[in-house]
Structure formats: structure tokens, C-alpha cells
Design a binder for this molecule. Sequence first.
Ligand code: CA
Length: 222
Amino acid sequence: MRLLLVEDDRLLAESLQTDLERQGFAVDLAGNGVDAEFMGDQEPYDVVILDLGLPQRSGLEVLGNWRQKKNRVPVLILTARDAWHERVDGFKAGADDYLGKPFHIEELVVRLQALVRRSHDMPGQMLQSGGLELDEERQQVSLPGGESVSLTGTEFRLLRYFMLHPGSILSKTRLTEHVYEQDFDRDSNLIEVYVARLRDKLGKERIITRRGQGYIFMVEGR
Ligand code: CA
């Protein structure tokens, strides 16, 4: 899933990026408010981590502008400013969650996962869809029979996106956009390869092809 990390502390940003990529997020970095707002307008992010104190345009302003433009991307504010009134301002501007620095990466990750599930109307502790249960920490999936199957990084990213959008036609372009970060040399034909691997692991009927349109992740008892 695509994540926009807005943070002007370069050291923190790069270490977070590494940690988050390990957790299966495709991470783009923005180091100032103007770039952040532009990227959030242009790219289909699944979730945003937003620092408040930023050069050029404050995080609150960026968030307010997105919401005014009806951009509903889930936003977690991450900042050292943990005064209660700043938290209130953040939520008023349209934030979905808040985490004060310093923080533990584990907490950040579970909050992000919960935000994304909620934004897809999938509450609960684990991502469940079509009889499958995805363990986002171990990056493995449980089949309806209880068997656990481990996934490579890309398989995990792709399956998570399918499971968040059951029954929808997902084009190769859209899947590519959500599985890889912006700088990645994206080749949408790669998606075919990974879909074939998921079918091998999960069963052919799980993901069907709509010629010229894309793929559909089938929910059980279709
Ligand atoms: Ca800052």
C-alpha cells in the first residue's frame, strides 16, 4: 500500500522509510509542505504520515487544504508537538489519528494498519476478506482450511490490496500504483507475474481476470 511520509527531519524520515518498507508499505518521502500537498493531490496514497512543523507550508495547512479539496486519505499526525491544543487543532483540520514523538515503530505500524482497515470499513484486529486472514506482521495468509502460507514482500503487498478491495475490478495500472513507490521503475506486466504466483498459492479461482479491464479478488460464495 502506498504511503506518503511527510517529515523534514531527513534522518528520521530515512530510518522510518526503511522500517515501513520492511512492513510492506511503498513509501514516498516529502520534506516540505508544498511538495507534500502536491504529492497528496497527485498520487493515490492509501495513508499519510504527516509532521506538523514543516518548511514552506505547515502540516495543518496541508491537511486543511486536502480536506477542502475532498481528499479523504487517512492521515496520521506524527509530531513532537504534543500539547493537547495542537492535537485538537490537528483533529479539527481533519486528522484521523495522532502519535507524539518519540514513539515506537511497532505502535506506528499497528496504528497505520488499523487506519487503513477502518478506511475500508474493515474493523477488527486482522485483515479478513474472502475467507482469507492476512497476518500483516508475519506477512503470511491463512486459508479457509487453516493452512498458513507465507508470502514474499511483493506478494504480500499485492494480496493486501486485493483483500482491501474484494469484488472490485482492479486494473494493472491501479495495482501497480498501490504496490510500488513513485520512484520504482514500474512495469505493470510484473503484476501479471505476481498474480500468477498468488494463484499458485491461494488457488486459481481466487483472482479472476477480466480481459482488458483487470483482476477481481473473489469473495467466498460468489
Ligand atoms: Ca518537523
